[in-house]
Design a protein around this ligand. Sequence first.
Ligand code: DAH
Length: 358
Amino acid sequence: MTLNDLPSLELDAFTAIEAALDEATLRDVEVQLLGKKGSVTGLVKSVAEAPKEERAELGKRSNLLKKAVTEAIDARRSHLRDAAIRRELDDRTFDITLPGTVPAAGTLHPLTLVQERLEEIVTAMGFTVLDYPEVEDEWHNFEALNIPADHPARDSHDTFWLHPREHKLLLRTHTSPGQIRAMKETVPPFRALFPGKVFRYEAVDASHEHTFHQIEGLFVDRDVSVANLIHAMTVMLGQIFSATVEQSEPKRARTAANVKVRLRPGYFPFVEPGFELDMSCLLCGGTGCKVCKQSGWVETLGCGLVHPSVLRAAGLDTAEWQAWAFGIGLSRIVMMQYGIDDIRHLMGGDLRFLRQFR
Ligand code: DAH
């Protein structure tokens, strides 16, 4: 090509761009001009073969043309886009007040919902929420809690030990080691709550999981009494099962009035006296089902006055300080509140289950 060919090529190019009435046509024009075999591309390529005296001039002008054509195409494209949007807006059959598509949003897990509710209740009672490691050592998980190696209570804590065994590290079998950690690091008097995942090497069925959730509470003060503990537990459980149930499950409308509580003496090495607190099973209303193992009652929490050896292990002077503690099976409570009859749903990760908690 020569300098003489430029004007007609230029004219054809800009005419074609302006003539494109929609984006698809414009795309074709773009290919015809700037594509591998496009006319403008051809022009730029031909510079090398142009007569020597024209070459510099042709090179300069063909590059300028290429730039101008590229810009013209971009400008035309955004003009066509704007026009298309304007046309849609002007279209009377298009209702801009229609609600849009709701983006898929995640939901809070039922365990989180109930945990947050419980944290709210006890924070109002003066408790601080603390977080402790899931990988524990044998001393915090057992020894300091008055459970030496040969203690029969270890049988019920089927433990996941970490390798190598000599390091004495394990996945905590309960949240109680938090008691020791809290007492070691906090100046009494104090009230603390430590929720978390716990792990036991258990056969999995409708009411047992190898990974489940507990919430531990600890109250350290002078002149601590069982009466004080019972009162705190009654207030706490009453509150958990009033508001949340009505909000979350209007269909079943379980209310605090339906919740019955019974206390039995219970043995835990780290409390003395120790109690087991049972709640009437909200799933079957006390008539017996899979979750309550047909008894009508569900073990809800263990509690008691913290054993003096435990206080001592954590470095507290037992002449001055006493404490009560409780450990609650969060998973069980969630199941009762939402009418979930199989604990495996909780950690199963099935979206059909999780989406019901929107
Ligand atoms: N750690 C106990 C368990 O996992 C639960 C428990 C019982 C915690 C009594 C306590 C307590 O704080 O006082 O079975």
